[in-house]
Design a binder for this molecule. Structure first.
Ligand code: GLN
Length: 493
């Protein structure tokens, strides 16, 4: 029989229903995997006792015929989701001892559906980064490290900010994970670790109880080993929540039913502006090969234009820090987490924030405060909001000509820990293909399509119309079927 940790969620649910194994056994196999993989620094907090208890309760539910949609499935939760009674750090020193008294809506929904939490996983501090390297708890190491014989000793990043989520799923430590995506943090790590990740439409999942980075861009989403598992998880995670005023009250379709449908006649747009300088030529080639695969499956490939693409990163790096500087003002040494004593109140604030925030977070707060300050607000922030509107309009026009848009997910394969760290602009470029969607509020799914010469995975992104995740799942399942990506990282637990 396949190892329990190798099963997809869909397969595990069948196994549980057919009594081939219990949720307790499935969880125990994953707890061992967590221990075996400690060298990768994936978990900030392991919760094996809670996992065992949840698994037992799951077995009892299944025995009495009351199993939920994800009953008994062991998951990793990004340490940006507040979990009741379990330390939640955002990978920051400032929240290093914070234990929430409430549960985020999305994690609650996952637990209500029966899933089991293995623990809280690493990320870039406050989700600011693309490599997991800004974490105050040290970087997560990709299970793909060592796959390139020419560079066997280099430790690679699993992408970011959802670094622990991506690494845990790729290394067969968790069956699925939650991620968050403000500019690419689900899709870029999915791309560089060879897994599937979807950022749903803004408003599809509740942000309540997820530590805020940039509130008009943040979205929750699942990270899994295949498209079907992402459909299963998103169905549970999505839905209206009155506690989040930006959550949208529309029905959540059965995404699993969208899988495997014909894509005959589906119009797939290729944006000409996404042929950028600095893209890895292998990624570019795979992009066109992916379009060919969709064409062979019955789709029609059309050329489209997203003319304001070149402004997306600059706009993002005005809006996201502006919102972050406001959201992070609450960490003042009084209400949450760390406090460093000072001579007076101002000094206490300053000392706490200096000790508690890492370099990248401080950089963002400074940029954000600057672009929001009197005199610069019009020149930067207001202008950025106008260009954001133009970027959104580009998509409105494009979706008159096509049903989904196909693009690479990230410009290259995984980079090494230490690389790009001293060059924020290089790091920011990681999200050149993903940030536009956050600015426009649109859904995007990333799935693995091929391996580069260096043995590392490359993912593609499909972009859809707002609240049309179903078409994304249909198209992604067609591309997944054609691509037949079955590669595993050199390290699996
Ligand atoms: N890499 C981007 C940033 O650093 C996006 C992060 C995210 O989506 N949370 O802001």
């Amino acid at each position: 029989m396949t190892k329990l940790t190798d099963l997809t969620i869909t397969e595990a649910l069948h196994g549980l229903n057919d009594k081939k194994f219990s949720a307790a056994e499935l969880t125990e196999a994953h707890i061992s995997a967590v221990e075996k993989a400690r060298g990768l620094n994936i978990f900030i907090t392991e919760t094996p006792d809670g996992a065992r208890r949840q698994a037992q309760e799951s077995d009892a539910r299944r025995a009495s015929g009351k199993a939920g949609a994800l009953d008994g499935i062991p998951l990793a939760i990004k340490d940006l989701y507040c979990t009741k009674g379990v330390r939640t750090t955002a990978a920051s020193k400032i929240l290093g001892n914070f234990v929430p008294t409430y549960e985020s809506t999305v994690s609650q929904k996952l637990f209500d559906a029966g899933s089991v939490m293995l623990g809280k996983v690493n990320l870039d501090e406050f989700a600011m980064g693309s490599g997991g390297v800004t974490s105050a708890f040290n970087p997560t190491i990709s299970p793909w490290s060592g796959s390139d014989p020419a560079n066997a000793a280099r430790k690679l990043v699993p992408g970011g900010s959802s670094s622990g989520s991506a690494a845990s799923v790729a290394a067969r430590i968790a069956m699925g994970a939650t991620g968050t995506d403000t500019g690419g943090s689900i899709r870029q790590p999915a791309s560089v670790t060879g897994i599937v990740g979807i950022k749903p439409t803004y408003g599809r999942c509740s942000r309540w109880g997820i530590i805020a980075f940039a509130s008009s861009l943040d979205q929750a989403g699942p990270m899994t080993r295949d498209v079907a598992d992402a459909a299963l998880m998103l169905r549970v995670m999505a839905g209206f929540d009155e506690k989040d005023s930006t959550s949208v009250d529309v029905p959540v379709p059965d995404y699993v039913a969208a899988l495997g449908k014909s894509i005959k006649g589906l119009k797939v747009g290729l944006p000409r502006e996404y042929r950028i300088d600095g893209i890895n030529p292998e990624v570019d080639a795979l992009w066109h090969k992916s379009a060919e695969m969709l064409r062979e499956a019955g789709a029609e490939v059309v050329d489209i234009s997203l003319p304001h693409t070149k402004y997306a990163l600059p706009v993002y790096y005005i809006i996201a820090p502006a919102e972050a500087s406001s959201n992070l003002a609450r960490y003042d040494g009084v209400r949450f987490g760390l406090r460093v004593a000072g001579e007076n109140l101002d000094d206490m604030y300053a000392s706490t924030r200096f000790a508690g925030f890492g370099k990248e977070v401080r950089r963002r707060i400074l940029i954000g405060t600057y672009v929001l300050s009197a005199g610069y607000y019009d020149a930067y922030y207001r202008k950025a909001q106008r260009v954001r509107r133009l970027i959104r309009n580009d998509f409105v026009e494009a979706f008159k000509k096509c049903d989904v848009i196909l693009t690479p997910a990230s410009p290259g394969t995984a980079f090494a820990i230490g690389e790009k760290q001293d060059d924020p602009l290089q790091m920011y470029l990681e999200d050149v293909f993903t940030v536009t969607l956050n600015l426009a509020g649109l859904p995007g799914i990333c799935l693995p399509v091929g391996l580069a010469q260096n043995g590392l995975p490359m993912g593609m992104q499909l972009i859809g119309r707002a609240f049309d995740e179903e078409t994304l799942f249909t198209a992604a399942s067609a591309l997944e079927k054609a691509a037949k990506f079955t590669h595993k990282p050199p390290f699996t637990a």
